[in-house]
Design a protein around this ligand. Sequence first.
Ligand code: DQA
Length: 221
Amino acid sequence: MRRFRVAVVHGVNLDQLGRRDPKHYGPLTFRELERQVDEWAGELELIPRFFQTNHEGALVEYLHRAEGLVDGIILNAGAWTHYSWALRDALELADVPAIEVHLSDVEARDEWRRSSVFDGLVLQKISGRGPEGYKAALEALQAHLVEVAPERVPASGTPTEEHLSSSDTPQITDPTEPTPPGLHDDNDADPAAAPPMPAQDPTPPTSMTSPPAAGPDGGAL
Ligand code: DQA
């Protein structure tokens, strides 16, 4: 059976899981959540790619690069869900089936959390099921992809993941925990797939930490 590539994408403040209110978000750290999702994806024979950022533009650019490189997206955009029309436009550009996930029950919390910019664009919105919501999302996405696969098989060749792994894309978000191999797009893992860009810092440990904050001209602060 064809193995589908699924991007598991997290937005603002999700890297802080473990510090956020466990009443809404549970006890897992972000890295533990990703590991769990990675395990479920493996059981379903999906190929997961993980991405998290606290920078809206970085997520927009990630979604710009996604078309043809992933077969589906699972997206928890955090608070951006409720107001970032730019992200909606970017997800539409990605043009792949997507499922929106929230750990907490967004319908039962503040009024402003009830609306989502992704309404009508995603296959489903799953909320209030904690980490299990991601499992349900993986299963639903896989079932959908199996159904629509013939239309989505690339006409020729296998696209590389080069531009999903570009050097200006933040990949690692929790500097306090070691990153399990294979969880993230990692430029160092396969130099042929992701040649270093001229501006890239070649020192491996720096690629394991959060990206520096960007100044108005895009340079590091
Ligand atoms: C969230 C719900 C959002 O309302 C909130 O801003 C988040 C997390 C969730 O997973 O429950 O940051 O997306």
